[in-house]
Ligand binder design. Structure first.
Ligand code: ZN
Length: 388
């Protein structure tokens, strides 16, 4: 996280800061000052960090009136003084999300897995889906004809023909039929109602979203696995073979929801995936677009974006975005309505295993490539000098 950015920023000074490039990132020139203001409030969600020195004199809020906390209420109050300055006056749900993301790193994996298994078992035994047909992939019913025929053809040309490449490595294409979009939204709503009535605490899709549901947990795991294997993999093999796109073998499928009474936005981050499919399901909304800032390895994740990598994208229902998981991105605040998106994080165990032994990611990280070139340049200069 770049603490220099949001930290120490007072609400009243936001307007001035908005015009500067935060985080050392190159801002697209057409960006409105308001859009930039939203971004100065975001931090790198990939690495949330507390302040080393407490804000002495900060009056913490109480949390004991809240029912669904993961940890004891007093712990939230006690940790408040270590929050980054820009979060001290934030709404409680923002502070809770931030703290729980930090604490979740210390929860043993075994315990998390056991809790998840129990949760899925409760759903499997008690939840009656609204649309049973969502458990089986039905390409004719689910996908628009242009997408189906491109995949059936399978050639590089046929696949590229249905795509728009908005910035390097960010592709969009028409994918889902409107009827499928509504069915998924209705199913998630139906599940939320059931969970509330049954007093089952919904396990959220990731540590950043407080709303939404994991589709794999509510009967769609096989369907989404088929979707990945038969429909996403052929595209990913063509477009993302350098980041594991041709060896995808597992997925995490979920819906995220944004509205005034749900999550509003999503800070700058990278996904825990090799390739991410993100399809807008609807409903009616304004604002809430995505912004992208280029692909980077762990070491270079905070690096500057080049002007051609900076992209602002507006969602269209039924239309999918496909990008590398390491593509840095976030979602801007929604201004009206309700937006729901289907996310399919596609992973490759082969790519992950190989990555452990690598230090140089110049085949896909622009900064690795630049430092490699500079190194070679220095080396050849030295050799030339020695030869003289
Ligand atoms: Zn790199």
């Amino acid at each position: 996280m770049r603490e220099g950015v949001a930290t120490g920023m007072m609400a009243s000074s936001r307007k001035n800061l908005a015009l500067q490039a935060p985080n050392g990132l190159a801002l697209p020139s057409q960006r409105s000052p308001q859009g930039a203001a939203e971004e100065t409030e975001m931090e790198w969600n990939a690495v949330p960090r507390l302040q080393k020195d407490p804000h002495v004199g900060h009056e913490p809020e109480r949390y004991d009136d809240l029912a669904n906390l993961e940890y004891p209420a007093a712990l939230y109050s006690a940790m408040e003084q270590y929050l980054p300055a820009h979060l001290l006056k934030a709404a409680r749900d923002k502070k809770i999300a931030f703290l729980e993301r930090i604490w979740s790193k210390y929860r043993p994996n075994g315990e998390r897995a056991r809790k998840h298994r129990e949760y899925r078992e409760i759903i499997r035994q008690n939840y009656q889906p609204l649309h049973e047909n969502l458990s089986v992939l039905n390409p004719e019913e689910f996908f628009v004809p242009s997408f189906r025929s491109a995949i059936a053809d399978g050639s590089n040309e046929a696949i590229r023909q249905i795509l728009i490449e908005h910035s390097p490595g960010v592709f969009s294409f028409d994918m889902l039929e409107p009827s499928l979009c509504s069915m998924i939204i209705d199913e998630v709503e139906h599940f939320e109602h059931w969970a509330q009535a049954a007093k089952v605490k919904v396990m959220r899709p990731n540590t950043m979203n407080k709303y939404g549901a994991v589709l794999d947990d509510i009967g769609m795991e096989n369907m989404l696995d088929q979707m990945m294997t038969k429909f996403v993999s052929p595209m990913a093999s063509v477009l993302f073979s350098n980041v594991g796109g041709s060896s995808l073998d597992s997925h995490h499928g979920f819906v995220v929801e944004y509205s005034m009474d749900r999550d509003l936005d999503l800070g700058f981050h990278v996904d825990d995936s090799e390739v991410t499919l993100n399809v807008c399901l609807g409903k009616e909304f304004s604002g809430g677009g995505l912004f992208f800032r280029g692909v980077r390895c762990d070491k270079h994740v905070n690096g500057e974006a080049h002007p051609e990598e900076a992209l602002d994208y507006s969602h269209l229902p039924g239309r999918a975005i496909l990008h590398a998981g390491r593509q840095r991105h976030g979602a801007k605040a929604i201004s009206t309505g309700h937006r729901a998106n289907l996310l399919l994080w596609c992973r490759s165990s082969e790519f992950r295993e190989l990555r452990k032994y690598q230090r140089d990611f110049s085949s896909w990280c622009r900064e690795c490539l630049t430092s490699k070139k500079e190194h070679r340049h220095r080396l050849s200069n030295t050799k030339r000098r020695q030869a003289l």
